[in-house]
Design a protein around this ligand. Structure first.
Ligand code: ATP
Ligand code: MG
Length: 316
């Protein structure tokens, strides 16, 4: 299996984040307001996950679609800079690259997002050529509720990946339309990585314990992210809680995607479930110290050192 040239294939969504901070509450009636800062950075769960995985040393292949425009080229360049293979990302002249305007206030503690899907909704089955299933050991799927053009094909894509010997992980992220249609997404899944709110919404339960138990019975491996409270990993009746270290949080964008990459890197490298959870937690926490999702993502050695020096203290 290791003979495959890539560790992880991502069929994903790409958008830029335009982050404004300060007094960011808009006033209509032609009112102009000045804000404190502007950051334009690569966004999307898939891109942040891909960057985190590449920085951890995984060989990452990204396929998807952007517009043939400034933002599209910026996204490809951002992924290339961290070592993600982008040859399969199509520049589509008929669509605009997706963008998310993030209004961030109270030092990043509160955010409002306005998303234009653009190219995200145009990713579809044609972006997944059959040879891709033989090029990587693992398929990661993120944001099925945003990838509207790919959603119907996802169950078959996951089945095909399994059939060719790949393992498969999923992070649904939030459903902006709150429909939470997960039909077919758990049938061929090895690892599910929701956060706690998403888990409650998907299971349609109010109690986190009940939701954990219900989902643990549906998927073979579950890692639920709980922000500053760390994460919980479940495999059958086995359950492991891992903590998070308290740090000065600047912006938690992408913490979950970096957690996913850390957990998966541990899993693909044969770490124990506790080891995978701790590595994920370290990767999540380390990115919260910087704005945007791409900054602060650790290498394997940096994440392992953080686990040894900081997380083991929490466990003691
Ligand atoms: N405030 C925090 N302090 C320390 N660690 C944090 C904090 N927030 C997140 N983390 C770490 O990052 C991990 C993932 O974060 P979180 O639970 O916010 O995921 P998420 O909701 O999926 O995030 P995303 O916004 O990327 O979708 C947590 O399990 C934790 O280890
Ligand atoms: Mg998330």
């Amino acid at each position: 299996m290791n003979a495959r040239p890539y560790d992880v294939l991502i069929v994903g969504e790409l958008n830029v984040d335009i982050v404004l901070t300060g007094d960011v509450v808009p006033e209509f009636g032609q009112t102009e307001k000045l804000v404190d800062s502007l950051t334009v950075c690569a966004g999307s769960s898939s891109a942040i996950f891909a960057a985190a995985a590449a920085k951890l040393g995984l060989r990452v292949l990204f396929t998807g679609r952007v517009g043939d425009d400034l933002f599209g080229r910026f996204l490809i360049q951002s992924l290339e800079t961290v070592g993600v293979e982008t040859d399969r990302i199509m520049l589509d002249p008929d669509v605009q690259t997706g963008a998310c305007v993030v209004l961030s206030r109270a030092g990043g503690a509160d955010r409002a997002m306005l998303t234009y899907l653009g190219s995200i909704a145009k990713v579809d089955e044609r972006d997944v050529s059959p040879d891709l299933f033989y090029l990587a050991r693992h398929l990661h799927v993120a944001s099925p509720f945003l990838l509207k053009g790919l959603r119907a094909y996802m169950p078959e894509m996951m089945r095909e990946a399994h059939a060719t010997g790949m393992t498969v992980s999923l992070d649904t992220n939030w459903d902006p339309e709150q429909r939470w249609d997960t039909a077919g997404l758990f049938d061929e899944l090895d690892l599910f990585l929701p956060n706690e709110n998403e888990l409650l919404a998907i299971t349609r339960l109010q109690d986190a314990e009940q939701a954990l138990n219900a989902m643990a019975a549906r998927v073979s491996l579950l890692a639920v992210k709980r922000g500053e409270r760390g994460a919980t990993v479940c495999r059958g009746a086995e359950r492991i809680d891992v903590p998070a270290v308290a740090v000065d949080v600047v912006d938690s964008t992408g913490a979950g995607d970096s957690f996913d990459a850390g957990f998966l890197a541990g899993w693909l490298n044969g770490l124990s479930l506790r080891g995978c959870g701790l590595l994920g937690s370290a990767c999540g926490t380390l990115t919260t110290r910087y704005p945007g999702g791409f900054r602060g993502q650790p290498t394997w050695d940096e994440a392992a050192a953080f686990v040894r020096q900081r997380l083991h203290e929490e466990l003691a």
